[in-house]
Design a protein around this ligand. Structure first.
Ligand code: RB5
Length: 151
């Protein structure tokens, strides 16, 4: 199951990506936004990243105009590794090296074919582990230090 959300700037691409995921047989939980009214991306980024932090889902997709705002929000949540991806290479690396559990895309940056290819690459790529796991462990340690006020 993949949890997905966007603001108004990412709505159109969210709908396209959602359909492509469903066509692939992936169950999708859509947390909005559901129409083109202007909304605030932090509200929707927090819905997806919060659900991951609570263990309600393993993977999420966030889309705003550029992907920047959603990335900033999602990476505030413990255990969330949100990657702003821009092409198939960064989609592949986000999983292979960073084990990104959230990908973020810009609805005003990417066309729908590109974005769907990138989502497929992320889903079809495995985390390499090894030296990359050591680096993720360091990120987890940083999160713990920040939580404990050791900054
Ligand atoms: C909304 O206009 C826009 O600021 C938002 O979609 C996003 O690009 C923010 O980073």
């Amino acid at each position: 199951m993949i949890i997905i959300a966007s603001d108004h700037g990412g709505l159109e691409l969210k709908e396209t990506v959602k359909q492509a995921l469903q066509d692939r047989g992936v169950e999708v939980r859509d947390l909005g936004t559901m129409n083109s009214d202007s909304v605030d991306y932090p509200d929707f980024g927090a819905k997806v990243a919060g659900a991951l932090a609570r263990g309600e889902a393993d993977r999420g997709i966030l889309i705003c105009g550029t992907g920047i705002g959603m990335s900033i929000v999602a990476n505030k949540f413990p255990g969330v590794r949100a990657a702003l991806i821009s092409d198939e290479f960064t989609a592949q690396m986000s999983k292979e090296h960073n084990n990104a559990n959230v990908i973020v895309m810009g609805g005003r940056v990417l066309n729908s074919e590109q974005a769907c290819r990138m989502v497929n690459v992320w889903l079809d790529t495995s985390f390499e582990g090894g030296r990359h796991q050591k680096r993720l462990d360091k990120i987890a340690q940083i999160e713990e230090n920040v939580r404990a006020g050791r900054v």
